[in-house]
Design a protein around this ligand. Structure first.
Ligand SMILES: Cc1cc2nc3c(=O)[nH]c(=O)nc-3n(C[C@H](O)[C@H](O)[C@H](O)COP(=O)(O)OP(=O)(O)OC[C@H]3O[C@@H](n4cnc5c(N)ncnc54)[C@H](O)[C@@H]3O)c2cc1C
Ligand code: FES
Length: 272
Protein backbone atom coordinates (compact mmCIF):
# COMPACT_ATOMS: atom_id res chain seq x y z
CA UNK A 1 0.00 0.00 0.00
CA UNK A 2 1.54 3.32 -1.11
CA UNK A 3 1.46 6.49 0.97
CA UNK A 4 1.72 10.11 -0.15
CA UNK A 5 3.90 12.01 2.28
CA UNK A 6 5.97 15.16 2.55
CA UNK A 7 9.58 14.03 2.84
CA UNK A 8 12.47 16.17 4.11
CA UNK A 9 15.82 16.15 2.29
CA UNK A 10 18.52 15.04 4.70
CA UNK A 11 21.39 15.14 2.24
CA UNK A 12 21.96 15.80 -1.45
CA UNK A 13 25.33 15.34 -3.17
CA UNK A 14 26.59 15.35 -6.72
CA UNK A 15 28.27 12.01 -7.50
CA UNK A 16 29.03 12.33 -11.22
CA UNK A 17 28.32 14.36 -14.33
CA UNK A 18 24.73 15.51 -13.75
CA UNK A 19 24.24 12.65 -11.28
CA UNK A 20 22.96 13.18 -7.75
CA UNK A 21 22.34 11.06 -4.68
CA UNK A 22 19.59 12.21 -2.32
CA UNK A 23 18.70 11.00 1.19
CA UNK A 24 15.10 11.64 2.21
CA UNK A 25 13.51 11.24 5.62
CA UNK A 26 10.53 9.05 4.68
CA UNK A 27 10.05 6.34 7.34
CA UNK A 28 6.58 5.37 6.07
CA UNK A 29 8.05 4.45 2.68
CA UNK A 30 11.48 3.18 3.82
CA UNK A 31 9.87 0.67 6.19
CA UNK A 32 7.92 -1.06 3.40
CA UNK A 33 10.02 -0.63 0.26
CA UNK A 34 11.46 -3.67 -1.54
CA UNK A 35 14.09 -3.65 -4.31
CA UNK A 36 12.64 -2.72 -7.71
CA UNK A 37 9.93 -0.43 -6.37
CA UNK A 38 9.89 3.29 -7.10
CA UNK A 39 8.66 6.59 -5.70
CA UNK A 40 6.71 9.28 -7.56
CA UNK A 41 8.06 12.71 -6.68
CA UNK A 42 6.72 16.22 -7.14
CA UNK A 43 9.86 18.14 -8.11
CA UNK A 44 8.65 21.67 -7.29
CA UNK A 45 6.46 23.37 -4.73
CA UNK A 46 4.13 24.69 -7.47
CA UNK A 47 2.03 22.74 -10.00
CA UNK A 48 4.63 23.33 -12.73
CA UNK A 49 5.67 20.80 -13.86
CA UNK A 50 2.29 19.21 -13.26
CA UNK A 51 3.36 15.58 -13.48
CA UNK A 52 5.44 13.93 -10.82
CA UNK A 53 8.63 12.09 -11.83
CA UNK A 54 9.29 8.38 -11.09
CA UNK A 55 12.60 7.45 -9.44
CA UNK A 56 13.71 4.00 -8.32
CA UNK A 57 14.45 3.32 -4.69
CA UNK A 58 18.25 3.10 -4.58
CA UNK A 59 18.43 2.04 -0.93
CA UNK A 60 16.82 2.31 2.48
CA UNK A 61 18.03 2.77 6.04
CA UNK A 62 15.07 1.51 8.04
CA UNK A 63 16.55 2.39 11.46
CA UNK A 64 16.95 6.02 10.41
CA UNK A 65 13.76 6.07 8.30
CA UNK A 66 15.74 7.12 5.24
CA UNK A 67 15.18 6.55 1.56
CA UNK A 68 18.08 6.84 -0.88
CA UNK A 69 17.66 7.98 -4.50
CA UNK A 70 20.19 8.17 -7.33
CA UNK A 71 19.25 10.23 -10.36
CA UNK A 72 20.52 11.76 -13.56
CA UNK A 73 19.54 15.29 -14.55
CA UNK A 74 17.59 14.92 -17.82
CA UNK A 75 15.14 17.81 -18.12
CA UNK A 76 13.03 20.21 -16.11
CA UNK A 77 11.90 17.91 -13.29
CA UNK A 78 15.29 16.45 -12.44
CA UNK A 79 16.95 19.91 -12.77
CA UNK A 80 14.52 21.23 -10.16
CA UNK A 81 15.36 18.26 -7.92
CA UNK A 82 19.10 18.91 -8.27
CA UNK A 83 18.57 22.50 -7.09
CA UNK A 84 17.00 21.33 -3.81
CA UNK A 85 18.96 21.66 -0.60
CA UNK A 86 19.16 19.94 2.78
CA UNK A 87 16.00 20.69 4.78
CA UNK A 88 13.79 21.27 1.71
CA UNK A 89 10.59 19.24 1.55
CA UNK A 90 9.11 17.23 -1.32
CA UNK A 91 5.78 15.42 -1.82
CA UNK A 92 6.70 11.76 -2.35
CA UNK A 93 4.31 8.87 -3.12
CA UNK A 94 5.43 5.30 -2.60
CA UNK A 95 6.54 2.62 -2.49
CA UNK A 96 4.98 1.94 -5.91
CA UNK A 97 5.09 -0.93 -8.39
CA UNK A 98 6.11 -4.54 -8.33
CA UNK A 99 9.68 -5.28 -7.23
CA UNK A 100 12.20 -7.96 -8.18
CA UNK A 101 11.60 -11.64 -7.37
CA UNK A 102 14.40 -12.83 -5.09
CA UNK A 103 16.19 -16.09 -5.98
CA UNK A 104 16.92 -18.99 -3.63
CA UNK A 105 19.95 -18.42 -1.36
CA UNK A 106 23.29 -19.48 -2.93
CA UNK A 107 22.02 -18.82 -6.48
CA UNK A 108 24.65 -16.82 -8.38
CA UNK A 109 23.37 -13.48 -9.59
CA UNK A 110 24.58 -10.95 -12.15
CA UNK A 111 23.22 -7.40 -12.09
CA UNK A 112 23.56 -5.46 -15.36
CA UNK A 113 23.21 -1.69 -15.04
CA UNK A 114 23.35 0.74 -17.93
CA UNK A 115 24.10 4.27 -16.74
CA UNK A 116 21.73 5.48 -14.05
CA UNK A 117 19.95 2.10 -14.40
CA UNK A 118 22.19 0.91 -11.56
CA UNK A 119 19.90 2.83 -9.15
CA UNK A 120 17.46 -0.02 -8.30
CA UNK A 121 20.13 -2.71 -8.73
CA UNK A 122 22.25 -1.48 -5.81
CA UNK A 123 19.25 -1.85 -3.45
CA UNK A 124 18.70 -5.35 -4.89
CA UNK A 125 22.40 -6.28 -4.66
CA UNK A 126 22.57 -5.27 -0.98
CA UNK A 127 19.52 -7.42 -0.22
CA UNK A 128 20.95 -10.40 -2.14
CA UNK A 129 24.28 -10.21 -0.29
CA UNK A 130 22.33 -10.22 2.99
CA UNK A 131 20.59 -13.40 1.79
CA UNK A 132 23.95 -15.01 0.91
CA UNK A 133 23.64 -14.89 -2.86
CA UNK A 134 26.96 -14.40 -4.68
CA UNK A 135 26.55 -11.13 -6.63
CA UNK A 136 28.51 -9.55 -9.47
CA UNK A 137 27.46 -6.18 -10.86
CA UNK A 138 28.35 -5.17 -14.42
CA UNK A 139 28.08 -1.43 -15.00
CA UNK A 140 28.13 0.22 -18.41
CA UNK A 141 28.58 3.96 -18.91
CA UNK A 142 29.49 6.34 -21.72
CA UNK A 143 32.79 7.34 -20.06
CA UNK A 144 34.55 7.49 -16.70
CA UNK A 145 32.73 10.79 -16.06
CA UNK A 146 29.33 9.11 -16.47
CA UNK A 147 29.98 6.25 -14.03
CA UNK A 148 26.84 6.22 -11.88
CA UNK A 149 28.39 4.91 -8.66
CA UNK A 150 30.80 7.83 -8.46
CA UNK A 151 34.51 7.82 -9.20
CA UNK A 152 35.14 5.34 -6.39
CA UNK A 153 33.09 2.88 -8.46
CA UNK A 154 32.18 -0.24 -6.56
CA UNK A 155 34.07 0.60 -3.36
CA UNK A 156 30.85 1.57 -1.62
CA UNK A 157 28.95 -1.65 -2.25
CA UNK A 158 29.39 -5.11 -0.67
CA UNK A 159 29.71 -6.98 -3.99
CA UNK A 160 32.14 -7.01 -6.93
CA UNK A 161 31.65 -4.45 -9.67
CA UNK A 162 33.13 -4.65 -13.18
CA UNK A 163 32.93 -1.57 -15.37
CA UNK A 164 32.66 -1.12 -19.14
CA UNK A 165 32.79 2.26 -20.86
CA UNK A 166 31.88 3.13 -24.43
CA UNK A 167 35.05 5.21 -24.89
CA UNK A 168 37.42 2.96 -22.91
CA UNK A 169 38.25 5.61 -20.28
CA UNK A 170 37.54 3.10 -17.48
CA UNK A 171 37.40 -0.70 -17.41
CA UNK A 172 36.48 -2.73 -20.49
CA UNK A 173 36.30 -0.75 -23.74
CA UNK A 174 32.90 -1.63 -25.23
CA UNK A 175 29.31 -2.46 -24.33
CA UNK A 176 28.53 -3.92 -20.92
CA UNK A 177 26.69 -6.79 -22.64
CA UNK A 178 30.10 -8.06 -23.90
CA UNK A 179 31.02 -8.61 -20.22
CA UNK A 180 27.71 -10.36 -19.63
CA UNK A 181 28.26 -12.65 -22.61
CA UNK A 182 31.66 -13.71 -21.24
CA UNK A 183 30.15 -14.47 -17.83
CA UNK A 184 27.29 -16.46 -19.36
CA UNK A 185 29.68 -18.42 -21.57
CA UNK A 186 31.67 -19.28 -18.42
CA UNK A 187 28.45 -20.53 -16.76
CA UNK A 188 29.11 -18.34 -13.73
CA UNK A 189 25.49 -17.38 -13.19
CA UNK A 190 21.97 -18.63 -12.38
CA UNK A 191 19.91 -15.41 -12.65
CA UNK A 192 20.32 -11.98 -14.27
CA UNK A 193 18.67 -8.69 -13.29
CA UNK A 194 19.01 -5.61 -15.49
CA UNK A 195 18.01 -1.96 -15.76
CA UNK A 196 19.16 0.53 -18.37
CA UNK A 197 18.61 1.76 -21.92
CA UNK A 198 16.36 -0.23 -24.27
CA UNK A 199 19.21 -1.36 -26.54
CA UNK A 200 21.09 -2.83 -23.59
CA UNK A 201 17.99 -4.61 -22.28
CA UNK A 202 17.15 -6.02 -25.70
CA UNK A 203 20.69 -7.38 -26.12
CA UNK A 204 20.59 -8.81 -22.58
CA UNK A 205 17.28 -10.55 -23.36
CA UNK A 206 18.79 -12.11 -26.48
CA UNK A 207 21.76 -13.43 -24.49
CA UNK A 208 19.50 -14.87 -21.79
CA UNK A 209 17.39 -16.64 -24.42
CA UNK A 210 20.53 -18.03 -26.08
CA UNK A 211 21.88 -19.41 -22.78
CA UNK A 212 18.46 -20.49 -21.45
CA UNK A 213 18.74 -18.36 -18.30
CA UNK A 214 16.03 -16.50 -16.37
CA UNK A 215 16.15 -12.75 -15.93
CA UNK A 216 14.13 -9.79 -14.72
CA UNK A 217 14.30 -6.24 -16.08
CA UNK A 218 13.19 -2.96 -14.57
CA UNK A 219 11.71 -0.65 -17.23
CA UNK A 220 11.87 3.16 -17.22
CA UNK A 221 8.82 4.21 -19.24
CA UNK A 222 7.47 7.76 -19.16
CA UNK A 223 4.56 8.03 -16.72
CA UNK A 224 1.41 10.08 -16.26
CA UNK A 225 -0.54 9.16 -13.13
CA UNK A 226 1.88 6.58 -11.66
CA UNK A 227 -0.95 4.52 -10.19
CA UNK A 228 -2.50 2.58 -13.08
CA UNK A 229 -5.25 4.96 -14.24
CA UNK A 230 -4.01 6.72 -17.41
CA UNK A 231 -2.38 3.91 -19.47
CA UNK A 232 0.44 6.23 -20.60
CA UNK A 233 3.16 3.85 -19.42
CA UNK A 234 2.16 0.60 -21.13
CA UNK A 235 4.67 -1.80 -22.63
CA UNK A 236 4.10 -4.77 -24.91
CA UNK A 237 4.32 -8.20 -23.32
CA UNK A 238 3.49 -11.76 -24.26
CA UNK A 239 -0.21 -12.71 -24.10
CA UNK A 240 -2.15 -15.78 -23.08
CA UNK A 241 -4.51 -18.09 -24.97
CA UNK A 242 -5.83 -16.47 -28.15
CA UNK A 243 -4.22 -13.10 -27.45
CA UNK A 244 -0.69 -13.10 -28.93
CA UNK A 245 0.35 -10.13 -26.83
CA UNK A 246 -0.89 -7.87 -24.10
CA UNK A 247 -0.09 -4.30 -23.03
CA UNK A 248 0.79 -4.01 -19.35
CA UNK A 249 1.14 -0.91 -17.20
CA UNK A 250 4.72 -0.36 -16.08
CA UNK A 251 3.59 1.60 -13.01
CA UNK A 252 1.48 -1.16 -11.43
CA UNK A 253 2.25 -4.44 -13.25
CA UNK A 254 5.96 -3.41 -13.41
CA UNK A 255 8.35 -1.72 -13.42
CA UNK A 256 9.95 -5.18 -13.05
CA UNK A 257 9.06 -7.78 -15.70
CA UNK A 258 10.42 -11.21 -16.50
CA UNK A 259 12.82 -10.93 -19.45
CA UNK A 260 10.92 -13.56 -21.45
CA UNK A 261 7.63 -11.66 -20.92
CA UNK A 262 8.73 -8.60 -22.90
CA UNK A 263 8.09 -8.21 -26.62
CA UNK A 264 11.04 -6.48 -28.24
CA UNK A 265 9.93 -5.86 -31.82
CA UNK A 266 8.02 -2.68 -30.90
CA UNK A 267 10.08 0.43 -30.16
CA UNK A 268 7.27 1.87 -28.02
CA UNK A 269 7.81 -0.82 -25.39
CA UNK A 270 11.17 0.42 -24.22
CA UNK A 271 12.87 3.78 -24.35
CA UNK A 272 15.89 3.38 -26.61
C1 LIG B 1 9.96 3.17 -12.69
C2 LIG B 1 10.99 4.20 -13.10
C3 LIG B 1 12.12 4.34 -12.33
C4 LIG B 1 13.08 5.31 -12.67
N1 LIG B 1 14.17 5.42 -11.88
C5 LIG B 1 15.10 6.35 -12.17
C6 LIG B 1 16.21 6.53 -11.29
O1 LIG B 1 16.35 5.86 -10.28
N2 LIG B 1 17.11 7.50 -11.61
C7 LIG B 1 16.95 8.29 -12.73
O2 LIG B 1 17.80 9.14 -12.97
N3 LIG B 1 15.91 8.13 -13.56
C8 LIG B 1 14.97 7.20 -13.30
N4 LIG B 1 13.88 7.08 -14.12
C9 LIG B 1 13.74 8.00 -15.27
C10 LIG B 1 13.24 9.35 -14.76
O3 LIG B 1 11.92 9.19 -14.29
C11 LIG B 1 13.26 10.39 -15.89
O4 LIG B 1 14.59 10.62 -16.27
C12 LIG B 1 12.64 11.68 -15.41
O5 LIG B 1 11.26 11.50 -15.22
C13 LIG B 1 12.88 12.79 -16.42
O6 LIG B 1 12.19 13.93 -15.95
P1 LIG B 1 12.64 15.40 -16.36
O7 LIG B 1 11.54 16.32 -16.00
O8 LIG B 1 14.00 15.70 -15.83
O9 LIG B 1 12.79 15.29 -17.91
P2 LIG B 1 11.65 15.71 -18.96
O10 LIG B 1 11.73 17.19 -19.15
O11 LIG B 1 10.34 15.10 -18.59
O12 LIG B 1 12.20 14.97 -20.24
C14 LIG B 1 13.43 15.36 -20.86
C15 LIG B 1 13.75 14.35 -21.95
O13 LIG B 1 13.95 13.04 -21.39
C16 LIG B 1 13.07 12.10 -21.97
N5 LIG B 1 12.57 11.25 -20.88
C17 LIG B 1 11.76 11.62 -19.86
N6 LIG B 1 11.47 10.58 -19.06
C18 LIG B 1 12.12 9.51 -19.57
C19 LIG B 1 12.21 8.16 -19.21
N7 LIG B 1 11.52 7.63 -18.18
N8 LIG B 1 12.98 7.36 -19.97
C20 LIG B 1 13.62 7.84 -21.03
N9 LIG B 1 13.57 9.12 -21.44
C21 LIG B 1 12.82 9.95 -20.73
C22 LIG B 1 11.95 12.91 -22.58
O14 LIG B 1 11.40 12.23 -23.71
C23 LIG B 1 12.63 14.19 -22.98
O15 LIG B 1 13.24 14.06 -24.25
C24 LIG B 1 12.90 6.13 -13.82
C25 LIG B 1 11.75 5.97 -14.59
C26 LIG B 1 10.80 5.03 -14.24
C27 LIG B 1 9.57 4.86 -15.05
S1 FES C 1 1.42 6.06 -15.42
FE1 FES C 1 -0.76 6.09 -15.55
S2 FES C 1 -1.22 4.00 -15.92
FE2 FES C 1 0.93 3.96 -15.55
Amino acid sequence: MATDITARIIKQEQVGLGQYRMNLYAPEIASRAVPGQFVYIRCSSSLDPLLRRPLSIHGVNRERGELLLLYQVIGRGTSLLAAKRQGDQLPVMGPLGRGFTLPEPERRVILVGGGIGVAPLVFLGNELVRRKNPVLMLVGARSIHHLPLGREGGNNVPFNVTVATDDGTCGYHGPVTDLLERALAGREVDMVYACGPGGMLRQTAMLLARYGLPGEFSLEERMGCGVGACLSCVCKTTGEGERPFRYRRVCVEGPVFRADQLVWDQEECING
